[in-house]
Design a protein. Structure first.
Length: 714
């Protein structure tokens, strides 16, 4: 399955609308129910939701039960971003209950209403706002019920700690749990309820330890691979040696001789299963198979020429002024090409699923970002009726966009149906690399000019195959054009699947844009921070850049200064971010040591400052990988990276000193925090390398070999 780079929803756009009567989700007894609907992206209008198969009546709900506990049911999932904590904070604050009485029920298709999936840093900024409104509406309903029971007007009542009280006599109160009196009270959120002002917050905007932290550090947390069922079989599946390879012959006789091994062959789908995974592996090794593999001239070296050769005419993303006019006004014109190779998601937890068929009911525990689309895949692919398929999403050990695809879960369900027994499919690291939907390789071409007084005169920006996200600049430039290129119709771009990778497109675009800005600053003889500030309008992006500079202790100097300082700034998921990195470069070996990173972020209202800082730190560390080491190598459809010995991801020993700054912007709506801080790492490190050694690398990752090559050309 191939997806358009940078568009995280393309591969799900053609899925049919959910067919289950969502009223079935609400057979939960008495209590107060608030039903609400929210799109996966803040720009979705209700009509767009309908067009894309999203429910327009409700796709989430909360319940205040007769035991006083508050439950939120949502198809969103928890994969390390901490939303099971921050969403609970939002609901607890709006309802005036203690955080520990809020339960988040997430990603279970039998209990939760339909949701397209968890991606794009949208859970807090989009779903969270509707959740807050639902909490405020629920509180209003509870106050009305208390008004009837206490025989007092609504205006005379207040709420705290899960109770409604008489403001004139705080001892005269009634707990939420007693208000329903066994009845079921249902309300639809039809308009924005009155949410709390920042001055009223008691739980939001306060640092809170993640509620899953203890379970995860002690090993109690259950992931898909931890699901153990009686009689379960472990499956190993015959894989092709390369993308595009076809099975031409298979001999299963030796595998069948191994005691208690179950052998499955259904067309080209061949699997062996056993109650012990090592025996299943032994059986897989015993299979004799032959494949035909087409030859391909496209490899990790020639891919960039190939992509340019199949590019279509391009789409204008943004345009203003007149480029020839800007070029005539330029004293210097700078033209550069930036390249970025394929990147693997490489999560610590590989794709895993356990499937169990009981009667006609198929239940699948899967590491997936998209439980409801997975359900539909199984319904369509294996012939089950929707009401007979249930997806349960345990904790995920990282997703980064890569667990939006669900091949392993469909395989597990297929094998459970064929064998009649519970089946676990857990990909090996080699399978994880082979079947990954990589972040696409891409090229960015930029022509830009500066006037005699050091102002940017024009900006001509073309991005090929990364996608549009992050391609639009935010600098003050009178003449500019931004275009995005994908494959010409009928031509194939990538030799394997590609898809979203943490802040898709934006990493590549920010690396190219901020490198070019730095080159222009050096050409103008200007300090790179001052050059940016001179070309930024007043607002969020300028504020975060100033904050990062102040925290870092930046002293102006023309680059390259020899200090090894680099700057990059950008926007993603509604959040503004600026990063300053300090590096040391060994000119003999080309090795880079990132010593310090300061990152400032304006994400509007910060629900959980502790969680937000952790996400920023995770982004910074992950960003070290795509900037310096991570590169997918391939030839003739074969993925040459099979494990972490050949695909090097960041290690704890790489960690620089990390300092984060969260801007105080409580009056703005909360924005995405799971991705923005990663987008600036490539640009900041590239600029720091240039500042350290006076040589610039134009291709990610900036490996020692590429750095030595840049030095040789200096």
């Amino acid at each position: 399955m191939k997806t358009s780079p940078g568009l995280e929803t393309d591969f799900m756009d053609n899925l049919p609308a959910p067919r289950i009567d969502r009223r079935e989700f609400l057979k939960l007894g008495g209590g107060v129910f608030i039903l609400f609907s929210v799109g996966d992206f803040s720009t979705f209008a209700e009509a767009q939701q309908s067009q894309r198969g999203l429910p327009t009546d409700f796709n989430a709900f909360l319940r205040i039960g007769e035991d006083g506990r508050v439950s939120c049911y949502t198809g969103k999932i928890e994969m390390g971003q901490g939303v099971n904590t921050s969403l609970a904070q939002m609901l607890a604050d709006e309802l005036d209950v203690q955080l520990d009485v809020v339960d988040m029920v997430m990603g279970d298709t039998d209990l939760c209403p339909y949701d397209r999936g968890t991606f794009g840093s949208q859970t807090t900024r989009s779903f969270g706002q509707a959740l807050r409104a639902a909490g405020a509406e629920a509180k209003r309903v509870l106050v009305e019920l208390a008004s009837e029971q206490l025989k007092l007007s609504v205006e005379t009542l207040g709420t705290e700690n899960g109770s409604v009280f008489d403001k004139s006599n705080r001892n005269n109160r009634v707990p939420y749990a007693r208000l329903t009196q066994g009845k079921r009270i249902e309300r639809h959120l039809s308009q924005a309820a009155i949410r709390k002002m920042p001055s009223e917050f008691r739980v939001m905007n306060k640092p809170v330890n993640r509620r899953d932290a203890e379970d995860k550090v002690t090993g109690k947390a259950r992931y898909s691979a931890d699901i153990q069922l009686p009689g379960m079989l472990y499956a190993r599946i015959l894989r092709p040696p390369a993308h595009g390879a076809k099975l031409t012959g298979v001999d299963l006789s030796s595998a069948r001789k191994i005691s208690d091994v179950v052998v499955i062959q259904e067309g080209d789908f061949v699997a062996v299963l056993h109650q012990y995974p090592d025996v299943a592996e032994q059986a897989l090794s015993a299979i004799q198979a032959t494949f035909s593999t087409p030859l391909s001239v496209v490899n990790d070296t020639t891919i960039f020429d190939h992509l340019l050769s199949v590019a279509g005419p391009g789409q204008v993303v943004s345009k203003e002024g007149d480029l020839p006019t800007g070029e005539r006004a330029s004293k210097s014109v700078i033209e550069r090409t930036y390249r970025d190779g394929y990147k693997a998601h490489a999560p610590m937890e590989p794709h895993t699923a356990v499937a169990n068929l009981e009667g006609s009911k198929m239940t699948v525990w899967a590491s997936t970002q998209t439980p409801f689309p997975l359900k539909d895949e199984i319904v369509r692919g294996l012939g089950f009726s929707p009401e007979n398929v249930r997806i349960i999403t345990p904790y995920l050990g990282g997703g980064f966009g890569g667990k939006s695809r669900n091949l392993q879960a469909v395989e597990a369900a297929r094998l459970a149906k064929l064998t009649g027994k519970p089946v676990q499919v857990a990909w090996t690291r080699q399978e994880e690399f082979f079947y990954d939907a990589f972040r696409p390789a891409a090229i960015v071409k930029i022509r830009s000019g500066i006037t005699g007084n050091g102002s940017i005169a024009f900006w001509d920006y073309s991005v090929y195959f990364a996608g549009q996200r992050g391609s639009q600049h935010f600098y003050t430039i009178p003449h500019y054009s931004t275009r995005s290129f994908e494959a010409e119709p009928g031509k194939s771009a990538h030799p394997f699947a590609t898809g979203p990778w943490r802040a898709p497109a934006n990493n590549t675009n920010t690396f190219a844009r901020e490198s070019q800005i730095d080159i222009m600053a050096a050409e103008a003889g200007c300090d790179p921070l001052e050059f940016r500030l001179q070309h930024l309008p007043e607002g969020n992006i300028k504020s975060v850049l100033k904050a990062a500079g102040e925290k870092f202790g930046w002293k102006p100097a023309k680059g390259p200064s020899g200090r090894g300082y680099g700057i990059a700034c950008g926007t993603d998921a509604g959040t503004f971010v600026a990063t300053i990195a300090e590096v040391a470069v060994d000119k003999r070996t080309g090795d880079v040591r990132v010593q310090r990173v300061v990152c400032a972020q304006d994400m509007g209202l910060v629900i959980n400052p502790a969680g937000a800082s952790i996400q920023m730190e995770g982004c910074i560390m992950m960003g070290l990988g795509y900037a310096l080491k991570e590169d997918v190598r391939f030839k003739n459809g074969e993925i040459l990276n099979e494990n972490f010995d050949t695909y090097e991801i960041p290690r704890f020993s790489w960690l620089p000193k990390i300092e984060t700054v969260l801007m105080d912007n409580k009056g703005a709506d909360p924005q995405g925090g799971g991705e923005p801080a990663i987008i600036t790492m490539g640009g900041a490190i590239a600029n720091a390398i240039f500042d350290a050694i006076g040589a610039r690398v134009f291709q990610l990752p900036m490996t020692p070999e590429r750095i030595k090559e840049a030095l040789a050309k200096k």
